[in-house]
Design a protein around this ligand. Structure first.
Ligand SMILES: Cc1cc2nc3c(=O)[nH]c(=O)nc-3n(C[C@H](O)[C@H](O)[C@H](O)COP(=O)(O)OP(=O)(O)OC[C@H]3O[C@@H](n4cnc5c(N)ncnc54)[C@H](O)[C@@H]3O)c2cc1C
Ligand code: SF4
Length: 476
């Protein structure tokens, strides 16, 4: 019978930092991961190859009504392996009071100290504008023309070669993802990472977890530990608790939310080869209602987001070298719900409300203005029916052309919530010590504990919260 001090389920931003912290504190740690461990040198510059290899549901995870796609990693290192390496601290002066109101008190000074430690460890620094794709120039110029504050973001990369393939794994190890940082660091301290573990369940005896069971390489395995930490990410962690029979009277899975939106593409007269250089680079602080970030995608994702059918789509793709791209994202309220279907798979019930949609449309108008002022000749929001703006005068047409969320191609890479932290055991899923209410030794540490939306890219806060959680887990 294999016994550990702690088992961490999930090896993404939250799970890897947790495994490292617990190992540093002298605990014997096992990490159970659903995805496969990849050798970075084998990451291909091919979306078709890499989506099934690195993404959950091959990149096709969607909401119950299929109106929204939600991208997450499924590999050792989790979403950090496929993310854009943007490091963004949220506005804690806004977020923490909202959390406090929701019953989740997290000390600001402690978080600030932890962000600093992680930033040093992951070598976080501002993006070098020379390494950004040239679409960033158009974006920044437009913001300047409009007087919208904008800047290059911070990133966790070291000597980046600017190939632009971050969303499919960095084969050159220039992105300091968990796969090349906290995972090998934890392993050096003795942590064991087991990949390709499926149908994982937490084993419980009354209010105490005793271990986990899972299938690996065709056989059912059980391992045991004094502490279990669930770090399967938003959606995954709620699903795992439910699959283990932990529902807390229907509270597990409730309060799911996301930061998501649409891509908006700008056609220019020049050949700017937007694929050449780092994709996500700049941020425009235009409104509290939405987040705008510049971006560029390799051809398959670009071809899906640019929209149009048959001839229109073909003609749009022929201009691939002349486009700049960016995204508008809005933060939804925590009204989504994660449940299980008959087969035990997660069902994601989340909808954009009318308010969400009107914020998104306002964001699209602002971003389109940024692009026109930056030199674009045409702007194409990612939509089901063909929408093209030829000038700023056309922007209000979106109010009549877009009536429902399904009229736009909406996606998110920042799902959050579902296992909300709340001191009140009748309301939340985990307490202020990240322990699942009603259980002695089961903890959750990842984006699923965020009670309300952080309105920022999530990796920094997923890691910081997990680092903070580790001291409670170790002390329990
Ligand atoms: C394409 C993309 C780009 C992004 N870009 C950025 C960015 O530039 N900056 C930023 O801040 N954020 C970015 N993010 C988001 C960021 O990476 C995530 O918010 C962060 O990694 C979440 O951490 P987590 O620990 O909650 O989950 P994850 O990192 O997703 O880790 C969860 C892990 O749990 C595993 N798992 C799930 N279910 C099970 C199970 N039942 N058993 C075992 N293992 C399981 C998963 O396979 C995964 O490895 C991006 C995300 C994506 C998808
Ligand atoms: S752009 Fe830089 S960090 Fe991203 S995959 Fe290429 S070399 Fe790696």
């Amino acid at each position: 019978m294999e016994k550990f001090d702690a088992i961490v389920i999930g090896s993404g931003a939250g799970g890897s930092v947790m495994a490292h912290q617990l190992s540093l504190k002298g605990l014997r740690v096992a990490v159970i991961e659903k995805g496969k461990r990849e050798n970075p040198i084998l990451f291909e510059h091919s979306e078709v190859e890499m989506f099934p290899q690195l993404y959950k549901n091959a990149g096709l995870q969607s909401s119950k009504d299929n109106a929204l796609t939600i991208a997450q990693g499924c590999t050792v290192g989790g979403s950090t392996v496929i993310n854009n390496a943007i490091w963004l601290r949220p506005d804690l002066d806004k977020i923490l009071p909202e959390w406090e109101k929701a019953g989740a008190t997290v000390p600001k000074n402690e978080l600030i100290k932890i962000y600093g430690i992680l930033e040093k460890a992951l070598r976080v620094k501002p993006i070098d504008p020379q390494k950004a794709n040239r679409g960033a120039d158009i974006f920044m110029r437009g913001c300047q023309e409009l007087g919208i504050p904008a800047s290059y973001l911070d990133n966790n990369r070291e000597e980046c070669l600017c190939c632009g393939w971050c969303n499919y794994g960095c084969r050159y190890n220039r992105k300091t993802s968990m796969l090349v940082t906290f995972i090998p660091w934890a392993e050096k301290l003795g942590a064991q990472f087991l990949d390709e573990c499926i149908d994982t369940q937490i084993l419980t005896n009354g209010k105490r977890a005793t271990g986990v069971q899972f299938y690996r390489q065709g056989s059912l395995q059980q391992i045991y530990a004094d502490k279990i930490v669930v770090s399967c990410g938003a959606i995954g962690s709620s699903a795992l608790l439910l699959q283990s029979g932990i529902a807390l009277g229907g509270r597990v899975g409730r309060g799911f939310h996301m930061l998501g939106g649409v891509f908006v593409t700008a056609e220019t007269m020049e050949t700017i080869n937007g694929y050449d250089g780092i994709g996500l680079t700049c941020y425009a602080k235009a409104s509290e209602d939405y987040v705008i970030e510049s971006y560029f995608a390799p051809p398959v994702v670009f071809s899906i987001s640019v929209g149009g059918f048959f001839r229109t789509h073909f003609e749009r793709m022929m201009n691939y070298c002349k486009y700049a791209d960016a995204g508008v994202m809005i933060a939804t309220d925590p009204t989504g719900v994660i449940t299980l279907d008959k087969k035990g798979n997660a069902v994601i019930d989340i909808k954009y409300t009318d308010t969400d949609l009107s914020r998104l449309k306002e964001g699209i108008k602002t971003l389109s203005k940024i692009f026109f002022r930056g030199g674009a000749v045409k702007v194409l929001p990612s939509s089901f029916n063909i929408i093209e703006f030829g000038s700023e005068n056309d922007l209000n047409s979106i109010d009549t052309l877009v009536k429902r969320p399904e009229d736009l191609t909406i996606g998110s890479a920042h799902p959050q919530g579902g296992n909300a932290m709340c001191e009140d055991s009748r309301k939340g899923v985990v307490g202020l010590d990240f322990r699942v209410h009603g259980y002695d030794n089961i903890f959750v540490a990842d984006t699923s504990v965020f009670p309300t939306n952080i309105r920022a890219n999530c990796q920094a806060t997923a890691m910081a919260m997990s680092y903070y959680a580790a001291s409670f887990v170790a002390a329990s």
